[in-house]
Write a protein that binds this ligand. Structure first.
Ligand SMILES: Cc1ncc(COP(=O)(O)O)c(C=O)c1O
Length: 383
């Protein structure tokens, strides 16, 4: 089979065909990214009007061959909410929240897992494994059920109880570990090696990023094919950030948007902030955070595998990284809930707290167009 896309290593540039079940670069062990032979022409924008609101409306941008149907639960098509009351309270002129808690399975993780399970199932996979801070586990469990295949999920014991209940409810086999997502990652790799299960860990296969890319495609369409000045994003493993960065490069190369891309700002909890630390130090890799602690489970990623790519996206875009304490991110989530009715996850609260901090320090100016990401639903974190 000839694919209209190939894979390119993000570190050493090695290329390969996209057949089978690709993992990381065979030469240097770093993540592969998908490279397409051609871009859809800007005329395709017109066709989009007739398509339903799901991330697969952007199928010309995604790794899907014409006769294939995606493994889908209607992911994507989430609201971009103008938050004027919050903006007025805090001195922003044009502020939006991208409400990713509205996805099936309650978080933006649905996008990546829909794409990854689609490709792996098309290649014949029947068994999957993922390490998770929580939400990726729910998403894999649901998309595996949708595809009629088996899933195993490794999660930290400290994962919120409702998230664990959701993982179980979709029929996945759930194993709890006394550790963080890095420990779960080791267990998942070992299980994959022993059982032949496909490991869909962040950036250890190339297709989750393609699903996350639709965050950027959708945002551009919702802003009438323009891009904001700044994106404030709660960052753990970095898939959302890297996916949007890739999307904006591809949209510009295809002539779908004009001008420069937005500045990306990564927000982390001060209890686990390896990306902020590396950004401030001018490093191109993260140093593993020794004792990661935060209520924002998705941000408890002490040694992200995609560190190099994230730091590149932050620097190339002229953005930055900021850490906020757990008290501030919890208060900010509450503010999104009570002032705007947005059921923010603690991670979404982190993004809002980060935006406030960036405005306070002048990194974001009051007149700029700012998009803050609420990546998940708050109810998943309540007992
Ligand atoms: C709700 C939520 N927000 C943000 C993140 C961080 O994700 P990323 O890998 O895109 O940095 C996660 C990851 O688990 C999450 O569940």
């Amino acid at each position: 089979m000839t694919f209209p896309w190939s894979l390119e290593c993000s570190a050493c540039g090695q290329t390969r065909d996209a057949d089978g079940l690709p993992g990381v670069c065979e030469r240097c062990g770093q993540p592969y990214l998908v490279r397409y032979a051609t871009w859809p022409s800007p005329q395709v924008k017109g066709v989009l009007r007739e398509r339903r609101r799901s991330m697969w409306r952007y199928r010309e941008w995604l790794p899907l061959l014409p006769p294939e149907e995606p493994v889908s639960l209607g992911e994507g098509g989430t609201p971009l909410l103008r938050v004027d009351r919050l903006a007025a309270m805090h001195g922003f002129a044009r502020l939006w929240v991208k409400e990713e808690g509205m996805n099936p399975t309650g978080s933006f993780k649905a996008r990546g897992l829909s794409a990854a399970v689609t490709r792996a199932a098309a290649a014949g996979a029947t068994r999957f494994v993922v390490p998770t801070a929580g939400n990726a586990g729910i998403a894999l469990a649901a998309y595996a059920a949708r595809a009629g295949v088996r899933a195993r999920v490794y999660a930290p014991q400290t994962t919120p109880a409702t998230i664990l209940a959701q993982i179980r409810s979709f029929g996945a086999e759930l194993l709890l570990l006394d550790g963080h997502i890095g420990d779960c990652g080791k267990a998942a790799r070992q299980f994959a090696a022993e059982s032949g299960a496909v490991d869909v860990s962040t950036l250890r296969e190339p297709f989750r990023i393609e699903g996350k890319k639709t965050l950027g495609l959708e945002l551009a369409e919702q802003l009438a094919w323009t891009l904001p000045d700044a994106i404030v994003y709660p960052t753990g493993g970095g898939t959302g950030l890297i996916g949007m960065w890739k999307a904006f490069h591809e949209l510009a190369a295809a002539g779908w948007v004009r001008g420069g891309g937005p500045r990306f700002y990564a927000v982390q909890s001060s209890g686990c902030a390896p990306v902020v630390q590396a950004f401030v130090a001018g490093a191109d890799r993260c140093t593993t955070w020794p004792d990661p602690r935060t209520v924002a489970a998705g941000l408890r990623v002490p040694g992200p595998f995609g560190d190099r790519l994230m730091l590149r996206a932050l620097r190339e875009s002229g953005g930055g990284a900021v850490a906020v304490p757990d008290e501030a991110l919890s208060a900010a989530a509450r503010e999104l809930q009570t002032v705007e009715g947005i059921d923010a996850a603690p991670e979404g609260g982190a993004a809002w707290a980060g935006a406030l901090e960036l405005k306070r320090t002048g990194a974001i100016r009051p007149e700029e167009r700012v998009v803050v990401f609420n990546t998940g639903a708050g109810w998943l974190y309540r007992a």
